[in-house]
Design a protein around this ligand. Structure first.
Ligand code: TXA
Ligand code: MG
Length: 356
């Protein structure tokens, strides 16, 4: 039912597999494809019925709009109108790349893409295969992340297959994605540009670019992400997850205590910590490496894959060390806290374990 086609990461629009996938999209079918952030579940963004199939395949709530993927800044003008000057500045600076702009929707874009909103979210992905597929299809591609709603986003074709086998015509496999978590979503229709979801382009980068247009950035508060999709529990592994905050020594002590306690009680606890704690803790249980401390870009690349690995191991509980909320770390923490449903353990304030 679902065909998986392997293509090279630099395949052009004349690649036979991509041409075939382009035809599937034009005929109303679903194609999962790699972007630089995560894999997307694509449909012809101008075809109402095709987009409806995405909602069904993912089990996505009908009030959660999706992003239109286009191949160039010019293509953005086909789907959005009344663009502020900042849209051109940000597009020139960050596209192709992990920034999504929310703009006024043109009537040619079916309402279902935007879940009835008068706006449309647009981005140009920085992945040759994604750009080639958009060109091969000849239409904007509507695509949310290619996971079942609520699950961690897919960073490999195998993740897509685990969630969507039999629900999508083709999965294009071009290897693991580079960024590992989703694009930054910025609303340019609000009076002040508003961050709806932190992501691959950082708040710091946005502030600098917006200042050049004489603009501020609103909504950098990680506790209150505003994209319609962010109100749902999201990115969640099957086992309950707790985020552990505190300095490394306190985190180490808290997690060591919890691992020992879980082992004594016969519960399977997996922990995700930064590299400097791995050697120390790995004797005590299942310890997965988020990468070097201070490298949120590496934690971003690994996070969803590690959460899915915990599912694969069938663990009972997961604890993950917090990331400093700077640069891409803001997006990593946003995803971790969503995945944890807000459960936080403050290490150093007495050692209460997840199951206590
Ligand atoms: O990196 C990404 O953005 C990936 C790849 C595939 O491009 N896509 C992705 O799509 O993460 P999705 O559907 O999982 O997340 C899109 C987010 C949701 O939180 C949604 O609510 C928001 O963007 N969004 C989409 N259209 C919007 C609109 N018109 N207004 C406000 N928020 C919107
Ligand atoms: Mg998603």
């Amino acid at each position: 039912m679902t065909e998986i086609v392997r293509v090279s990461a630099d395949a052009g629009p004349d690649d036979k597999s991509l041409m075939a996938a382009g035809i599937i999209l034009r005929r109303g079918g679903l194609v999962a494809f790699p972007t630089e952030t995560v894999y997307g579940l694509g449909a012809n963004g101008l075809d109402r019925a095709a987009v409806e199939r995405i909602y069904i395949a993912k089990g996505r709530p009908a009030d959660n709009p999706m992003i239109l993927h286009v191949a160039s800044c010019d293509d953005m003008l086909e789907v959005a109108s009344d663009l502020p000057e900042a849209a051109f500045r940000l597009a020139a600076r960050f596209w192709p790349g992990p920034l999504t702009l929310v703009l006024k929707r043109r009537p040619c874009v079916p309402e279902i893409v935007s879940a009835g909103l008068p706006t449309v979210a647009v981005r140009v992905p920085a992945h040759t295969v994604a750009l080639s597929l958009i060109r091969a299809a000849g239409v904007p591609i509507a695509a949310p992340s290619a996971n079942i709603s609520g699950r961690p986003s897919p960073t490999t074709a195998a993740h897509v297959r685990a969630d969507l086998d039999g629900r999508v015509e083709t999965i294009i496999d071009a290897g693991p994605t580079a960024v590992g978590l989703e694009s930054t979503v910025l609303d340019l229709t609000a009076p002040v540009p508003t961050l709806l979801r932190p992501g691959g382009i950082t708040v710091e980068q946005l502030r600098i670019a917006l200042a050049e247009s004489g603009l501020d950035l609103c909504g950098g508060n990680p506790e209150r992400p505003l994209a319609p999709g962010m109100k749902y529990r999201h990115y969640a592994p099957r086992a309950p997850l707790t985020v552990v905050t505190g300095d490394p020594a306190a985190v180490r002590t808290a997690i060591a205590t919890c691992l020992a306690k879980a082992a004594a009680e016969g519960r399977r606890l997996a922990v995700l910590v930064h590299a400097d704690l791995v050697a120390d803790l790995c004797r005590l249980g299942l310890v997965l490496d988020l990468g070097p401390r201070g490298r949120p870009d590496i934690a971003a690349q690994r996070l969803f894959s590690l959460l899915r690995a915990c599912d694969g191991e069938g663990v009972d509980e997961i604890m993950a060390e917090a990331e400093a909320e700077e640069g891409v770390g803001l997006a990593v923490m946003n995803r971790l806290l969503k995945a944890a449903g807000g459960r936080i353990l403050h290490a150093g304030e007495g050692t209460r374990c997840a199951a206590d």
